[in-house]
Design a protein around this ligand. Structure first.
Ligand code: HEC
Ligand code: HEC
Ligand code: HEC
Ligand code: HEC
Ligand code: HEC
Ligand code: HEC
Ligand code: HEC
Ligand code: HEC
Ligand code: HEC
Ligand code: HEC
Ligand code: HEC
Ligand code: HEC
Ligand code: HEC
Length: 432
């Protein structure tokens, strides 16, 4: 775009100027000689009129006192930008004007005569030019943006004026995509992260930062600075998910946009298994998969971030194998299942795990040395009906096998705890 705002067509300009110079060429001989202004025109880049020795297109010819000893006043034929605009098109056409341009201080950046830098600039490196007036806050931090590190401030800022605030070359996120078009796919997925659509600058500094990717903050801190509810939640969580202890939010979430709800990197059905591979293999191979796990709803029981319970469980569930009975101990299961399952000793309704009307859930669970559900049930998946486990980890590495067969009115357990036992709801088995 900048190309359009440039000087008058060069050809036209040179033509007009050469005509102008012919008329005043005599001045050259008087101003530049071995004695006077000898360096004029010797630098690498010489401004058009100076190159052809035309001093008086800009300076009022001094007839009196110069060069005869008295200090000349070198009055200019015009001041500020008016001088430049004698030959150049205005460079301040757009709404947002750089202050020195607005003030007509063209010579704050351009040398009117000659320079060692292209475009008559006073410094070779653009950033150094900028820092001749601005305090350097852009190239001081550890992580610097590509074009900032190389000092090319003017790829984003027009040095003169622009239709956009801060004299930027484009508006909002468009600026970033002038160069990062190759990453646009990261931003156009089905589920956009709201702040990324609003402004890249909500997270990234355009110049530099103490954090990788020029982020405003690092790691979880960045995310939690906006997700204050989550921050509160994690503050209270005495148990944090290992994924967060060892990694950050972006190990599971994408910062820009996602193909999956909740900004997740992969589908909810796979995200846990990307790390918990053994669990994934077990569930996929199992004959019987527990309801919520079948629905890929690990979150029904686990909080993926952290919780106040062991194993990041949403509700309390005992770690111990034996535990004095209290309904609250199994709150996790009773979120979905009948909470009275083990409440009454005698029942014909509460559970199918009974011998006649003797509640076998009550018998095993509801006592001082009550067994936890996990003594018999798999919580995720397994190969026996009713999610009865194949084996129970029982202290150290020894595992207690359980062989369960279900039949129409009950079942049989062959276990290490007691002799093989059957139960029958219709014709209760008599135990010795
Ligand atoms: C394009 C316009 C322009 C032309 C052509 C020009 N000057 Fe200047 N000159 C200026 C301006 C503007 C200043 C004031 C400098 C400043 O404000 O930084 C200046 C200042 C000067 C000064 C005093 C300050 C300094 O830089 O030392 C001298 C001496 C000078 N010019 C000599 C010349 C001579 C000799 C020529 C011809 C070879 C010439 N100028 C051609 C615009 C011009
Ligand atoms: C008398 C006419 C004249 C005046 C007055 C004039 N210029 Fe120029 N300027 C030219 C010519 C001629 C060129 C060379 C054009 C080219 O090479 O394309 C030029 C080139 C430039 C260039 C380099 C452009 C490029 O693309 O490389 C800059 C920058 C510039 N002038 C800035 C200024 C500034 C700032 C002033 C006022 C202090 C000014 N000019 C005053 C005639 C003038
Ligand atoms: C803050 C520094 C700064 C000021 C002030 C400034 N310029 Fe420039 N100017 C530049 C830079 C940097 C470039 C080179 C742009 C590029 O290469 O993309 C430039 C380029 C130019 C060019 C060459 C054509 C172009 O656009 O590339 C002209 C002509 C020009 N300036 C004229 C002016 C005039 C006239 C003024 C005063 C009204 C002025 N400049 C004030 C920094 C400045
Ligand atoms: C001749 C002195 C001078 C030079 C050189 C200069 N600036 Fe400035 N610039 C100013 C002044 C004065 C202001 C207005 C005061 C302020 O905002 O700091 C300003 C303002 C700005 C602003 C707008 C600030 C805002 O809050 O909107 C930007 C952006 C800027 N300059 C960028 C640059 C860049 C990039 C360069 C180098 C290409 C540069 N400046 C070179 C003097 C200069
Ligand atoms: C990748 C594009 C880009 C580059 C390169 C860049 N800037 Fe900026 N700059 C911006 C954006 C975007 C803003 C607006 C920041 C905001 O709105 O918070 C800005 C704002 C500014 C401001 C005004 C606000 C402030 O932060 O003080 C100045 C001054 C400035 N830049 C100077 C520079 C200088 C000097 C350089 C080169 C060392 C540079 N910029 C390089 C994009 C850039
Ligand atoms: C003028 C071109 C340009 C513009 C405009 C630009 N960038 Fe960059 N950006 C680069 C270059 C060059 C790099 C370094 C090379 C790379 O990593 O791709 C870079 C790197 C980055 C990086 C670090 C990438 C990495 O892998 O380390 C981030 C983040 C970034 N830019 C964000 C932005 C944002 C946000 C904006 C808009 C405010 C923006 N960029 C505008 C050119 C640009
Ligand atoms: C909510 C904060 C946030 C917003 C808003 C944001 N980003 Fe990022 N961006 C990040 C984080 C965090 C990373 C680090 C990469 C990671 O952890 O996966 C990053 C990395 C990047 C990278 C480098 C790594 C890569 O994957 O290529 C680029 C480039 C980038 N962002 C550009 C942008 C652009 C352009 C915008 C605006 C359209 C933007 N970002 C908006 C947080 C954000
Ligand atoms: C600048 C503030 C801001 C930052 C920083 C930020 N977010 Fe967000 N995030 C939001 C907003 C706003 C929403 C949209 C919330 C809404 O629609 O209710 C959102 C939505 C989300 C959602 C979807 C929530 C839902 O209910 O569907 C997730 C997940 C998310 N962000 C994760 C992150 C992660 C991870 C990071 C760090 C890389 C992060 N956010 C950084 C502001 C932010
Ligand atoms: C182990 C993967 C993982 C990590 C690490 C992770 N999340 Fe999540 N996050 C999820 C999953 C899965 C969901 C969706 C849960 C659901 O649908 O109930 C989610 C949901 C969210 C939501 C929206 C729902 C809610 O609970 O408010 C936000 C916001 C969120 N995460 C932010 C974050 C932030 C911030 C971090 C870093 C502190 C983070 N997440 C770390 C997996 C993760
Ligand atoms: C980025 C890898 C990663 C992802 C994805 C992940 N986890 Fe984890 N998870 C871990 C790590 C690491 C631990 C800590 C394990 C350790 O310290 O041995 C852990 C621990 C756990 C624990 C506690 C187990 C224990 O032995 O302490 C549970 C439960 C858990 N994760 C469930 C989930 C669920 C549910 C999901 C899907 C939302 C999930 N994880 C996704 C890495 C991950
Ligand atoms: C019905 C509730 C529930 C659901 C749904 C659930 N879990 Fe669990 N999970 C538990 C309980 C209870 C434990 C503790 C088991 C124990 O102590 O033996 C546990 C333990 C774990 C452990 C640590 C011990 C181990 O077996 O490795 C991981 C990892 C785990 N779950 C991951 C997951 C993943 C991944 C999902 C989704 C596929 C999921 N869980 C779904 C209740 C659930
Ligand atoms: C989020 C709800 C939910 C939670 C929490 C839950 N379950 Fe389930 N459970 C189900 C669903 C759904 C089924 C499938 C019901 C069906 O197929 O009729 C099921 C089935 C079962 C079955 C097999 C029932 C049958 O008749 O085949 C057992 C045993 C079981 N769950 C035990 C548990 C235990 C033990 C816990 C606690 C660790 C628990 N559940 C936590 C939802 C849940
Ligand atoms: C001693 C082993 C054992 C323990 C301990 C145990 N269960 Fe069961 N559970 C069974 C058996 C066997 C069945 C199958 C009954 C049938 O359908 O014949 C069953 C069935 C179930 C069912 C299906 C509905 C029903 O009652 O028939 C649910 C739900 C259930 N158990 C949940 C639990 C919960 C919750 C706990 C912990 C509070 C628990 N179980 C403890 C063995 C046990």
């Amino acid at each position: 775009m900048r190309k359009v705002w440039t000087v008058i067509g060069t050809a036209l300009c040179s033509f007009a100027l050469s005509a102008l110079f012919v008329g005043v060429s005599a001045a050259a001989d008087t101003c530049v000689s071995a004695k006077c202004h000898a360096q004029m025109g010797k630098a690498q880049y010489v401004h058009g009129p100076v190159g052809v020795g035309q001093c008086t297109v800009c300076h009022v010819e001094v007839k009196k006192g110069h060069p005869t000893g008295r200090k000349p006043d070198f009055k200019l034929v015009a001041t500020g930008k008016a001088l430049c605009e004698k030959c150049h098109q205005p460079v301040d056409k757009f709404e947002f004007k750089h202050t020195p341009v607005k003030r007509g201080e063209c010579t704050g950046c351009h040398d009117p005569h000659q320079s060692d830098a292209p475009k008559q600039l006073k410094k070779k490196k653009t950033s150094e030019l900028c820092f001749s007036c601005h305090k350097n806050t852009q190239q001081v931090k550890k992580f610097q943006h590509g074009p900032v590190a190389s000092g090319d401030c003017n790829v984003c800022h027009n040095p003169h004026s622009s239709p956009f605030p801060h004299q930027l070359e484009a508006k909002g996120n468009d600026l970033c995509f002038l160069c990062h078009d190759d990453r646009k796919a990261q931003f156009t997925r089905k589920y956009p992260h709201k702040p990324a659509m609003e402004s890249c600058l909500k997270c990234h500094d355009p110049h530099n930062s103490d954090h990788p990717f020029m982020l405003a903050k690092e790691g979880t801190e960045l995310c939690l600075s906006c997700h204050t509810k989550m921050a509160e939640h994690l503050k209270k969580a005495t148990v944090k998910h290992g994924a967060l202890v060892k990694g950050t939010c972006t190990t599971c979430h994408t910062p820009h946009s996602s193909d999956y709800p909740r900004q997740l990197r992969t589908h909810t059905k796979d995200i846990c298994y990307t790390c918990h591979k053994e669990m994934g293999a077990k569930v996929r191979a199992a004959k019987y998969v527990h309801g919520p796990v079948k629905q890929n709803d690990c979150y029904a029981c686990h909080d993926p971030h952290g919780s106040a319970n062991p194993l990041i469980l949403k509700k309390y569930f005992p770690k111990e194998f034996y535990k004095p009975y209290e309904t609250a101990n199994y709150a996790l299961c009773f979120d979905c299942h009948n909470k009275d399952i083990a409440l009454d000793k005698i029942t014909t309704k509460l559970t199918n795990f009974r011998n006649g009307d003797t509640n076998l859930h009550f018998l095993h669970v509801n006592k001082e040395k009550g067994r936890s559900c996990k003594a018999c049930h798999e919580v995720h998946a397994g190969d026996q009906e009713k999610h009865i486990r194949k084996e129970v980890p029982f202290g150290g590495s020894w595992k207690l096998p359980i062989n369960y067969t279900k039949n129409a009115n009950g079942g049989t357990c062959v276990v290490g705890c007691h002799k093989p036992k059957s139960y029958d709801r219709v014709n209760p088995v008599k135990y010795e």
